[in-house]
Design a protein around this ligand. Structure first.
Ligand code: XUL
Ligand code: CO
Length: 437
């Protein structure tokens, strides 16, 4: 039985193709900087938006047409949905997928039943992975939808909720390991606060750190070798999320001695909400070796919330790929489309158009980034801009040879600093535009 009978395997047809069900840029076997596009981009389809999203918003229920859905959250439906998901991912040609435990399997009447449901679905996911060759980029636990998480999970004022969350992550990590997942993600769903009048902020941070260190202990105990990732987001659902941006996450991890055990999974729309560019968030993490994976989407300039749209901005995808190529690849991470079709795009085929567009936008961005790097235009400029640090007083400062006494003696002799040179921002923006073709 086919759920997408009108679609066959999506193929690469080249930049001139007008076929909306073909790739114009994503050619999995094409080699860029010594690696195939498939290896560079490591695309993943997310289970929650793509197979659970029905297009509901605060003003109305979902209206997506999904003929296979029976309107229930039963185990039977969950098992059928695995077939839908793997047909879609296989036809699209994405090598990976990602899920939360509750996306793939329903909550039971108690934890025992909930875990049994997950076991049944994981078994089927494993079979489908084997059949298709599709792999798991990361698993995670949904610690935010159920009412028990109203005050957060590990940062809840209710210690029982911390315990429940621990049990849930334990199980989700086991499932991820069983399915050969190469990462495990922690997004702090409701780990944050709405109002400081009722919040012991320091205690909540301590509990969050405790939770993550227990996860590290358990990871070692069961020999799970995937990379742990924290996903920054500054707000929504809470007013202030504790993992607010790359800098805050890295400071938090360092403060609690967890920085060796985690990297970051950085999402474009979360960067926007934090008042940063994605370029900034990635550069910040990558500079310290902390960029582990990417949730590829985009926000809307005119809407101030997490719209999770599919990526289509070539400046942005090229900037992302400049950072990724600059750190010699995304490692075990990948580009996960944490993105949803608009409520108005309610037909199943829209899921294909959306993912094809996102994959092409990144493949195109990869080509642009590689061309910029090949010509060395930005790198050469930056190298030259900092040339004063390569010898003389600059080198003495960097090496620690020059203290304030030496700086004073140097400047008293010289009288004033050398003249500054232009930053040439507009020129460089023009140069980048030359590559956007
Ligand atoms: C929420 C978000 C999550 C994480 C996984 O904004 O991005 O879906 O990616 O929990
Ligand atoms: Co995300």
């Amino acid at each position: 039985m086919s759920f997408f009978p009108e679609v066959s395997k999506i193929k690469y047809e080249g930049p001139d193709s007008k076929n909306p069900l073909a790739f114009r840029h994503y050619n999995p076997t094409e080699v860029v900087e010594g690696k195939t596009m498939k290896e560079h981009l490591r695309f993943a389809v997310c289970y929650w938006h793509t197979f659970r999203g029905m297009g509901g918003d605060p003003f109305g229920p979902g209206c997506a047409v999904r003929p296979w859905e029976d309107g229930t959250d039963s185990l039977e439906m969950a098992l059928k949905r695995v077939d839908v998901a793997f047909e879609f991912i296989d036809k699209l040609g994405a090598p990976f997928y990602c899920f939360h435990d509750r996306d793939v399997s329903p909550e039971g009447k108690n934890l025992t039943e909930t875990n049994k449901n997950l076991d049944a679905v994981v078994k089927k996911l494993g079979q489908k992975q084997k059949e298709t060759g599709i792999e798991l980029l990361w698993g995670t636990a949904n610690l935010f939808s159920n009412a028990r998480f109203v005050h957060g999970a590990s940062t809840s004022c209710n210690a029982d909720v911390f315990a429940y969350a621990g049990a849930q992550v334990k199980k989700a990590m086991e499932a991820t390991k069983e399915l050969g997942g190469v990462n495990y993600v922690f997004w702090g769903g409701r780990e944050g606060y709405m109002n400081l009048y009722n919040t012991d902020l320091r205690r909540e941070f301590d509990h969050l750190a405790k939770f993550l260190s227990l996860a590290v202990d358990y990871k070692k105990k069961i020999g799970f070798t995937g990379q742990f990732l924290i996903e920054p987001k500054p707000k929504e659902p809470t007013k202030h999320q504790y993992d607010s941006d790359s800098a805050a996450c890295m400071a938090f991890l360092k403060t609690y001695g967890l920085d060796k055990d985690f990297k970051l999974n950085i999402e474009t729309n979360h960067a926007t909400l934090a008042g940063h560019s994605m370029h900034h968030e990635l550069t910040y993490a990558s500079s310290y070796g902390m960029l582990g994976s990417i949730d590829a989407n985009r926000g809307d300039e005119l809407l101030g919330w997490d719209t999770d749209q599919f990526p289509n901005n070539l400046y942005e995808t090229a900037q992302v790929m400049l950072v990724v190529l600059g750190q010699n690849g995304i490692g075990s991470g990948g580009l996960n489309f944490d993105a949803k079709v608009r409520r108005e795009s309610f037909e199943p085929i829209d899921l294909f158009y959306a993912h094809i567009g996102g994959m092409d936008a990144f493949a195109h961005g990869l080509k642009i980034a590689a061309a910029i790097r090949k010509d060395g235009v930005l790198k050469d400029f930056v190298k030259q801009r900092y040339a004063s640090w390569d010898s003389g007083i600059g080198a003495d400062i960097e090496s620690g040879k020059a203290k304030f006494d030496e700086l004073e003696a140097y400047m008293l002799k010289k009288g004033d600093a050398d003249k500054n040179t232009s930053g040439r921002q507009e020129l460089l923006e023009n140069v980048v535009n030359r590559y956007l073709k």
